[in-house]
Design a protein around this ligand. Structure first.
Ligand code: MV4
Length: 606
């Protein structure tokens, strides 16, 4: 049917898909942007084609160009991976029109589950529970209040075109509805070009549990159990596991049956995931992801089923070779996403070149990675470096193995989420299996603050190694022997990360504690804390962006923490709050204006 597959993606998932292709005897074609000439997925493919400049819009998202390359390369199928074009029904249809197999569901199934309200209606029709709320868009704050009168506050206002928490607002009182409605509408319009909103009862402390399904082209659908993805930050998953420590008794079978019924009812084909909120022993359908997901690996580890091979076999028309009764679950799997992000600074993306790079290994350890030593992480794409996945005979064995593997993972040159994972996996609430979607704010906020010093020390080293060739000598790890015992000693330069200009620099060296024994006890070489620039008598923007709302007026009395401005940056709304109580003197900015980080937006009466 097809013997060559074009992989329309990059990074670890492109490699993951290529491995599955090779195992099935399929030829692989990579595509790459100008930023990815040296990327591992390019070297691993049987053939590779440059498709355009670094920005994804002109490369990995250029469906027309990708289809042309597929034809030129003799590919009969396109695997989209996740992200980019994976859930783009127009692209799926264009593939079919060009005589190419899209490795994923039919465009119609994607469309039926694409809109949030549409998905809620499909679920309701299939007898699958959804969170109480509307099946129609709401047109005004008054309609929101009318809904809330039915099932009580808090309620969630959500974007019909939504996803990833964008356009989501939670309101606890009738008075808060107006601002939240206005803000949700603005964000929905800006991000999704669709300002429609709907309302749901807000669940205060749910878990995110999702069901993996596989469907063939003949209407046969099975489920492969659940993944608990509750540990997220800004709707970005960080840790996933299977089975969920919360699904007791018959619940797995019940959720699985609900997922299968819904997938079958929309004519789904391929691998898919149905997301649910789970609270107080009940589950509520949220949305469907019509693609292979980042965290598919944990399901593979407990079921022994290669999900990407399954996608390819289904795409070439094979009827499902497994019945529901043949699916078994064995042991426990956990995945930690290793991102180039600073967990001590709100998981801000970090850039840089990976210097040392040593992956953990051994029984039960799997690393799906898109990096290697010397690899420079491009700034244009997501920050996932690798997925560290472990299997253990039970949950506590998996946790112990993950902690060992995290300790064995060496990534130099960039700040990563590894220290976050070490804190999370060591936390007693995680060990007890109690983590909900509020785990990070509830249990790790203070610990992440403590990471700051340590990470800044690493960032310092990274900045010296990456940007200061003249100073490389200044940051190094030396092995020394003292009284017949070996120690690693790190020598770093002070002040490099926060030097105001390259002109006036001060160089000093200091010696850290011996390396064995990670953690907070390590002495720091970074002395000063950076604070957002701003005058004592004013309110400054903490970031560059567009002011979309002004809730401040001259002469207004404000409380510390009161929201005064909303600044949109990267399509996200950011609240600029009053740094302290007082009376405002001047408001220096109007909605619609672009501001820099540090721009003073208002002043206080002194
Ligand atoms: C909710 C909710 C509570 N109640 N809906 C966030 C993004 C989007 N996928 C759905 N989200 C939520 N919807 C109701 N009615 C809580 C969340 C939520 C959440 C959901 C899954 C994983 C992490 C989350 C973190 C915060 C809030």
């Amino acid at each position: 049917m097809f013997d060559t597959v074009l992989i329309a993606n990059r990074g670890e998932i492109a490699l993951r898909v290529m491995r599955a292709c090779k195992e099935l005897g399929l030829r692989t074609v990579a595509i790459y942007s100008e930023a990815d000439r040296d990327a591992p997925h390019v070297a691993y493919a049987d053939a590779a084609y440059l498709i355009g400049p670094p920005p994804a819009q002109q490369s990995y998202l250029d469906g027309t160009r990708i289809i042309a390359v597929a034809r030129e390369a003799g590919a009969g199928a396109i695997h989209p991976g996740y992200g980019f074009l994976a859930e783009n029904a127009i692209f799926a249809r264009a593939c079919a029109d060009a005589g190419l197999v899209f490795v994923g569901p039919p465009a119609e199934a994607m469309e039926r589950m694409g809109g949030k309200i549409a998905a809620r209606r499909e679920a309701t029709a299939a007898g699958v529970p959804v969170v109480p709320g509307t099946l129609e868009p709401v047109g005004s704050p008054d309609e929101v209040r009318a809904q809330a009168a039915e099932y009580g506050y808090p309620v969630a206002i959500k974007a019909v075109g939504g996803g990833g928490g964008r356009g989501l607002r939670v309101v606890s009182t009738p008075a808060d509805v107006d601002n939240a409605f206005e803000s949700a509408r603005r964000e929905a319009e800006s991000v999704f070009k669709n300002s429609q909103l709907y309302v749901e009862k807000y669940l205060a402390d749910p878990r995110h549990i999702e069901i993996q399904i596989l469907a063939d082209s003949y209407g046969y659908v099975i489920h492969l159990g659940e993944r608990d993805c509750s540990i997220q930050r800004r709707h970005q998953k960080l840790i996933e596991e299977s089975p969920s420590p919360a699904l007791l008794g018959e619940l797995r079978a019940e959720m699985g049956a609900a997922a299968v019924a819904l997938a079958r009812s929309v004519g789904y084909v391929g691998a898919g995931t149905l997301e649910f909120l789970f609270q107080d022993g009940r589950f509520y359908f949220l949305e469907m992801n019509t693609r292979i997901q980042v965290e598919h690996t944990v399901t593979e580890m407990v079921t022994g089923i290669d999900l990407v091979q399954a996608q390819l076999r289904i795409a070439r028309g094979e009827p499902l070779w497994l019945t529901q009764e043949q699916i078994g679950w064995h042991g426990h799997a956990i995945e930690c996403r290793i991102n180039a992000e600073d967990p001590s600074a709100s998981f801000r993306p970090a850039i840089g070149t990976i210097s040392d790079y040593v992956e953990p290994s051994g029984f039960g350890v799997r690393v799906d990675s898109g990096a290697r030593p010397g690899y420079t992480i491009p700034q244009y794409y997501d920050s996932l470096i690798a997925k560290l996945v472990v299997w253990g005979a039970d949950r506590s064995a998996a946790i112990a193995r993950m902690r060992r593997a995290l300790a064995d993972y060496r990534i130099g040159g960039v700040v990563t989420t590894i220290p976050f994972h070490q804190l999370a996996l060591a936390h007693p609430a995680f060990a007890r299996g109690e983590a909900t979607v509020n785990f990070i704010p509830q249990h790790l906020a203070a610990e992440l603050q403590h990471l700051r010093t340590e990470n800044r020390e690493q960032a310092l080293t990274a900045s010296i190694e990456n940007q200061e060739p003249a100073a490389i000598e200044a940051a190094r790890t030396f092995d020394v022997e003292v009284n017949g015992r070996r120690f690693s000693v790190r020598v770093a330069e002070q002040g490099a990360a926060e030097r105001p200009s390259a002109g006036a620099r001060e160089q000093r060296s200091s010696v850290g504690r011996p390396r064995p024994g990670s953690g907070r006890g390590r002495s720091s070489v970074a002395g000063r804390r950076s604070a957002v620039a701003g005058p004592a008598n004013g309110v400054a923007s903490s970031l560059q962006g567009t002011v979309v709302a002004v809730r401040a007026a001259p002469g207004q009395a404000v409380e510390a923490g009161q929201v005064l401005f909303i600044v949109e940056a990267m399509k996200m709304e950011n609240e600029i709050v009053a740094p302290h109580a007082g009376t405002l003197s001047e408001v220096l900015i109007q909605a619609g204006q672009v501001v820099e980080a540090g721009t003073v937006l208002a002043t206080y009466l002194s």
